[in-house]
Design a protein around this ligand. Structure first.
Ligand code: GTP
Ligand code: MG
Length: 450
């Protein structure tokens, strides 16, 4: 089966800095044939030369990243590989400065995620601590609606492939995932008459691996005979294909806009819902600009129509690059995307040093858009576990609270109800360089569009 015929999944790679996300993806790309031997050898040489051989797999991604930054291509993402069943586009999260911001933008388009957790002494503990990104990423993935997660316990080579350490890490991660509403079940294996325990998420066991040495990536590792679950590649094939809403109105959040010589204006983005065909009239909101689609491309291949999940670049006649920007949303003029005057949302406060009241103005990150927004009403405080109302009109909200609030974007932005368009109805609020809250849109009051 050629890659274009396989169902396509966008996969976010989550995890604390240095836990081995890029190494895992790079090695998977190599093992699944997305990177040929020759390119691999070149990268290996480069890495060796500067004494960073252990980074050779991570560099596969860096190489693409660099290409992407130089703008050599209009593809949204180049990092991809295929398994028996699926064709994956990878949203790898670089582990530094803008990590969470990228993660929000990245995961708002992800169908599933791999959570990479290092078992190395001290690393697991740092990731899962109150300041750790393991914790923050699980939380965000949940709020952004990523239901399917594969948990990978990495760097097993650094802990002698030890079952006890695997179980300790698995228990910590299972507890966190459960707390945030993921379905965790205990699993058991037997090896040479001894019973071994582990945990599974949506029936996929947490997988002990060495991303560097390739244990349990595509082949079962002889160094961990006590583990009887799937390899990472087998687990990826166990993921379920998400629903593709082709019968809903068209929505394409724009990630970037290019002008290509001889072609014209080319917005790029992922189709969230509906179908886009060559010849269609499209409207971009909030700017309210209408154009006609002349061609559509995905991964350098021309297509006649694009469906939900497709990452595309499309050439539109009648619109200049300056009319559009990242964060605009394309739809058909018969059902244009909704620009919000205000919206009501269910939020969870992940982090705040003091208290949040009416008038608080963080930055709203929703689909590909970033705008300042003000909290204009605290409607109710909720029990974070059950969602039941525990207090009407609270005076303020604190870290750990769940609530229903009314939010007013201070600049025009497209916001949709989560129940109508999940990808355009989940968001994060950020302040002081950190994620304060994440939420889902319940109700939208449309703005008058001129
Ligand atoms: P950021 O992008 O900076 O967040 O890091 P990352 O999570 O992508 O980690 P990366 O793949 O860059 O790996 C970080 C370091 O851990 C590198 O030195 C890797 O060689 C090392 N590493 C990754 N996986 C393994 C592993 O399975 N075993 C060992 N021993 N080292 C590993
Ligand atoms: Mg990385």
């Amino acid at each position: 089966m050629s890659s274009s015929k396989k169902p396509h999944l966008n996969l976010a790679i989550l995890g604390h800095v240095d836990h081995g996300k890029s190494t895992l993806v790079g090695h998977l790309m190599f093992l699944t044939g997305a990177i040929d031997e020759k390119t691999m050898r070149e990268i290996e040489e480069m890495a060796k030369k500067v004494g960073k051989e252990s980074f050779k797999f991570a560099w596969i991604l860096d190489k693409y990243k660099e290409e992407r930054e130089r703008g050599l291509t209009i593809d949204v993402s180049h990092v991809k590989f295929e398994t028996g069943k699926y064709f994956f586009t990878i949203i790898d999260c670089p582990g530094h400065r803008d990590f969470v911001k990228n993660m929000i933008i990245g995961t708002s388009q992800a169908d599933a995620a791999i959570l990479v957790v290092s078992a190395h002494k001290g690393e697991f503990e740092a990731g899962i601590g109150p300041q750790g990104q393991t914790r923050e990423h699980i939380f965000l993935a949940r709020t952004l609606g990523i239901g399917q997660v594969v948990v990978v316990i990495n760097k097993m080579d650094l802990v002698n492939y030890d079952y006890k350490r695997y179980l300790e890490v698995a228990e910590g991660v299972a507890k966190l995932l459960k707390l945030l509403g993921y379905k965790i079940t205990p699993v058991e294996w037997e090896h040479e008459g001894t019973k071994y325990k582990g945990y599974a998420i949506n029936d996929i066991p947490f997988i002990p691996v060495s991303a560097l040495y390739g244990d349990n990536l595509i082949q079962k590792s002889p160094k961990m005979p006590w583990y009887k679950g799937p390899t990472v590649v087998e687990a990826l094939d166990m993921l379920k294909e998400p629903p593709r809403p082709i019968d809903k109105p068209l929505r394409i959040p724009i990630q970037d806009v290019f002008t290509i010589t001889g072609v014209g204006t080319v917005p790029v983005g992922r189709v969230e819902s509906g179908v886009l065909k060559v010849g269609d009239k499209v409207v971009f909101m909030p700017p309210n600009k209408v154009g006609e689609v002349r061609s559509i491309e995905t991964h350098h291949v021309r297509i006649d129509e694009a469906k939900p999940g497709d990452n595309i670049g499309f050439n539109v006649r009648g619109i200049s690059k300056d009319d559009l920007r990242r964060g605009d949303v394309a739809g058909h003029p018969t059902h244009p995307p909704t620009v919000a005057e205000e919206f009501v949302a269910r939020i969870f406060i992940l982090w705040h040093p003091t208290a949040i009241g009416v008038g608080y103005t963080p930055v709203l990150h929703i689909h590909t858009a970033t705008v300042p927004a003000k909290i204009v009403e605290l409607i109710a405080k909720l029990d974070p576990r059950t969602g039941a109302v525990v207090e009407q009109k609270p005076a303020f909200l604190k870290q750990g609270d769940a609530a229903v609030v009314r939010i007013k974007p201070l600049k025009p932005v497209v916001v949709e109800k989560y129940s109508d368009f999940p990808g355009l109805g989940r968001f994060a609020l950020r302040d002081m360089g950190r994620t304060v809250a994440a939420g889902q849109v319940i109700e939208v009051k449309p703005a008058k569009v001129t």
